[in-house]
Design a binder for this molecule. Sequence first.
Ligand SMILES: [Zn+2]
Ligand SMILES: [Zn+2]
Length: 234
Amino acid sequence: MGRMESLLAALFPHKCFGCGELIEGTGYCCTACREKLLALTVSEACPRCGKPAGDCICAAFPDGFDRAAAPFLYHGPVRYGIHHYKYRHKRYYADFLSGFMAQVVKDRFGEIAFSGIVYVPMHWKKRNMRGFCPTKDLARGLSKRLGVPVAEHLLRHTGKGKAQMEQKTAAKRLENVRGAFEAVKGAKLDGGDYLLVDDVLTSGATAHRCACLLKGMGAGRVYVVTAATTGKES
Ligand SMILES: [Zn+2]
Ligand SMILES: [Zn+2]
């Protein structure tokens, strides 16, 4: 560790992503949680939607996004860490998560030359309240690692609709997102392929809606990457 890094680590100690314990140095995860995280890697994922075999959402969303991938299942320490990232202002986890997300993009979509990275937007009031936009920080981390620019001003959150996590049925989620997101007026794309970033892929309704909007403005293919995806542990 350099002098500046050790000074920062002493002033603003990191807490473990998986359990909240204080971490020595500038890491993000304790050894025990790192093991648990690795056990939550999505194995035998559906090649299209990236969900574990029994949780495939392709029948519900045959179009919209082309493919989706996530490094982790949304369980245990992953769920804990993402919750703290989004709601407890652990903004520094964006760097940790985007590292895993970049790796999954390279592994799964390595052959695609993306024109830009688009993140699922948050309504400005909510962003002001939280102090940051979690998906935007993930997009920035990915941009830095993949060398692909973040494409801004394409999608907007209307402020309508409730949190997707609160919608219990697929039909409710779909109805909820339809009014929640819209294309920015006049936004046009050139037929290139785009990487859409969200924190968690749940029913797929948000990804589907945003991908449809991007294609409506001229995107070629839309690939989705999230920090985690819901599904049963294998
Ligand atoms: Zn831990
Ligand atoms: Zn699938």
